[in-house]
Design a binder for this molecule. Structure first.
Ligand code: GLN
Length: 411
């Protein structure tokens, strides 16, 4: 029996299969042999569930979808301040292979255009082989399986990639490339020729969605801060000179590659991988973009269209005698704590309350700012002669370092 989500993904592919616009990339000769009718999609939740349809398991080369993940590796190894000396964060509004350097700093505008990606790759430690090995291992950790190199595509790009070599020499002349130009491009060409499937791209995206923990292998691949930075850059620069329109129409941080793959991410929820080789003029997969726009609209995934109605941290509130009882639920973040603090304040102002029973049994996590606001509310209540009695079986209010999370649950 097919589950409803896989069935919905199959229906989605059928709706867009007839779309025949776009051209398979041929500036890397080996890519020209891709089958233009290939079409696959995969969705992976932060709980590690995988939903596939069409050619979701067909291998192709990752190309530029590698860029945000190598950027993540560079950030993990060197930290933001050092990386930012070499590559910026601003959308360039230019094609992926543009000769684009910031006039004042000589840095490429961002790590997702080729110039910025080559500089990012140059920052990875070790000689050329060791550097590539680190990249391959990092991308494999994101994908949750060992990725292999498509030697033919690598050689094909290495023997034709003069424009990328030119970008490397240019960044080298500006002092922002961290290793010899020929070495940087060689590692970059190998990184682009790693073989993935749409499912791999979805797992990689889900790892970013899940704040850096691969939801399938449960391994932490990068820190939460790095995941946040990478998603921010993907949301402003991931689709090159189509990034603004993409954000308006689809509203998911994403990264495309000329192999026909796209990774899109709904933070906290899903990673999506799509694969269809024909590209538009910006080098983005035509059917891939149509499928993602359709998915985002139908499933309501736009990051700026949150489900506000469903988000209440107060599951129930009752009054008996002079006792106010509150049952809290879910992850307590800033807005949840604001809601709770406000509710307590309003109730205490309106009724003669002596005791507040705060039940955190169904709370799943408490962010530091929420713990702080609740503690401040507690102090305020004490000064008014109101006692707060928490039922806090996970001890969320006692511990504060970072986001407090329970062990991963099944489901
Ligand atoms: N390897 C390709 C290049 O550097 C990647 C470009 C892309 O996927 N947009 O030209």
């Amino acid at each position: 029996m097919t589950d409803p989500l896989s069935a919905a993904l199959s229906a989605l592919l059928s709706r867009h299969h007839a779309l025949s616009d776009g051209q398979v990339a041929d500036y890397i000769p080996e890519l020209a042999g891709a089958d233009p009718s290939d079409f696959g999609i995969s969705m992976v939740s932060v709980h590690g569930r995988i939903y596939n349809a069409g050619d979701a398991e067909k291998p192709f080369t990752i190309q530029s979808v590698s860029k945000p993940f190598v950027y993540a590796l560079a950030l993990s190894e060197l930290g933001l301040a050092r990386v930012a000396r070499h590559v910026g964060f601003e959308p360039s509004g230019e094609p992926f292979n543009a000769v684009s350097l910031e006039p004042e700093t000589g840095r490429p505008a961002n790590p997702l255009i080729n110039a910025g990606a080559i500089v990012t790759t140059s920052l990875i430690a070790g000689d050329a082989d060791a550097g590539f090995t680190r990249i391959r291992e990092a991308l494999s950790a994101f994908a949750g399986r060992a990725l292999s190199l498509d030697e033919d595509v690598y050689r094909s790009e290495a023997s034709t990639g003069d424009r990328n070599r030119a970008l490397a020499y240019l960044t080298s002349s500006q002092g922002v490339l961290a290793r010899p130009a020929n070495e940087a491009t060689d590692i970059y060409f190998r990184q682009c020729a790693l073989e993935v499937t749409a499912t791999d791209l979805a797992v990689m995206g889900a790892t970013l969605a899940n704040a850096g923990i691969n939801p399938v292998t449960k391994r932490r691949v990068i820190g939460e801060d790095v995941a946040r930075i990478v998603l921010s850059v993907m949301s402003t620069c991931g689709m090159y000179d189509h990034s603004g329109e993409w954000m308006v129409r689809v509203g998911l941080p994403a990264k495309s590659g000329v192999g026909g793959g796209i990774t899109a991410v709904l933070p906290g929820e899903f990673g999506i991988g799509v694969y269809s080789p024909p590209l538009d003029l910006q080098g983005n997969s035509v059917r891939g973009m149509a499928a993602l726009q359709d998915t985002s609209t139908r499933l309501g995934l736009h990051v700026f269209a949150p489900a506000t109605e469903a988000r209440t941290a107060i599951a129930a509130s009752t009054m008996a005698g002079n006792t106010l009882s509150l049952w809290l639920r879910g992850e307590l973040d800033f807005i949840a704590a604001e809601q709770i603090a406000r509710h307590i304040h309003d109730q205490v102002a309106a009724f003669p309350i002596g005791l507040i029973a705060l039940d955190l049994t169904n709370v799943t996590a408490v962010r530091p700012i929420a713990a702080e606001l609740l503690a401040a509310t507690g102090t305020d209540m004490t000064s008014r002669g109101v006692r707060i009695e928490p039922t806090d079986p996970s001890g969320f209010l006692g511990t504060r370092p970072g986001v407090v999370r329970p062990p991963p649950s099944a489901g």
